[in-house]
Design a protein around this ligand. Structure first.
Ligand code: NAD
Length: 293
């Protein structure tokens, strides 16, 4: 088998950002600046990093941003009150509450309070419904949307292909499956999960595998048919004493063995990861356009 195409998420994300720069400039000419509010409750270090990168991306693109860092003991009522204020703030077009919040906060109930028109994460039930209904005004979670953009950027055909999505979360697996089965993509989709029987055999029937499991390097060459396309959504920290931080990041796919068999693959890092923030920026600009037209 010839060497696979290594899907470069950094490059695709960069080209999305370049498109956004033009769109933001056009909005600013009309006196409109897109705005995003990022809300973090608590001090989870990974969440702090994610929130920091989202705000930085806003600054780089000229998107107005507000970073709300609330103490761990913030009550559900206080958080909801802030969301209501952000819903009413005309400078803000996108609102996201960094996941996961502390245990005493009911995340689903909080999301219900976000104005669906500002729900740039695409987690509000109205937006989940719009995705299923293929209503393009809705917001789609950024990571699966990023996966679709990678397929598009590399001209990877989805119509009539069998896609196996491993994972059924509301953040990745389910929206990914909905996007792939939509009339735009026309794939035949199987959603696999922790109770799926003989996952390797199922995956060997796939033309496209999307791994969103959260288990380091679970998908080995044994799961992959020759010539399949493999998108690895996983971000897992595994201990590595040779690294300054004492860990390294791996995906849900065993990259070294799978790349020998597949036609195209996303590396971790540098594959799906960079797309998520780019699509968050795109969703914020879309929310701004829709709210100001
Ligand atoms: P999750 O824990 O909510 O869902 C994991 C899914 O995997 C579940 O539906 C479960 O049924 C399934 N699963 C678990 N064990 C399995 C097994 N042995 N066989 C088959 N299925 C199994 O996770 P998530 O939020 O969907 O995230 C998945 C991975 O993607 C994580 O590594 C996460 O860090 C990563 N992620 C990356 C980005 C990004 O920006 N690239 C964004 C979100 C999540």
């Amino acid at each position: 088998m010839s060497s696979p195409v290594i899907i470069n998420g950094k490059e695709v994300a960069q080209s999305i950002r370049e498109g956004l720069v033009k769109e933001i400039a056009a909005l600013k000419e009309q006196g409109i600046t897109p705005g995003l509010a990022v809300v973090l409750v608590g001090t989870d270090p990974a969440s702090q990093v994610y929130v920091g990168s989202k705000v930085k991306a806003c600054e780089e693109l000229g998107i107005y941003s507000q970073k709300w860092e609330l103490p761990t003991e913030t009550t559900q009522e206080e958080l909801v009150e802030l969301i209501h204020r952000l819903n009413a703030d005309v400078r803000i077009h996108g609102i996201l509450v960094q996941s996961p919040p502390p245990k005493h906060i009911d995340e689903e109930a909080v999301i219900l309070n976000i104005d669906p028109r500002k729900d740039v994460d695409g987690f509000h039930p109205i937006n989940v419904a719009k995705l299923v209904l293929e209503d393009e005004e809705g917001f789609v979670p950024c990571t699966p949307q990023g996966c679709m953009e990678l397929l598009k950027a590399y001209n990877i055909e989805t119509a009539g292909k069998h896609a196996v999505v491993i994972g059924r979360s509301m953040i990745v697996g389910k929206p990914m499956a909905n996007l792939l089965v939509s009339k735009k993509a026309n794939a035949t989709v199987t959603i696999a999960h922790s109770r799926t029987k003989d996952l390797p055999a199922l995956c060997r029937t796939a033309d496209i595998i999307v791994a969103a499991v959260g288990r380091p390097e679970m998908v080995t060459a044994d799961y992959v048919k020759e010539g399949a396309v493999v998108l690895d959504v996983g971000i897992n920290r595994i201990p590595d004493e040779t690294r300054p931080r004492g860990y390294r990041i791996v995906g849900d796919v065993n990259y070294e063995s799978v790349k020998e068999k597949c036609a195209a693959i996303t590396p971790v890092p540098g594959g799906v990861g960079p797309m998520t923030i780019a699509l968050l920026m795109a969703n914020t600009v879309k929310a701004c356009r829709q709210l100001t037209r």
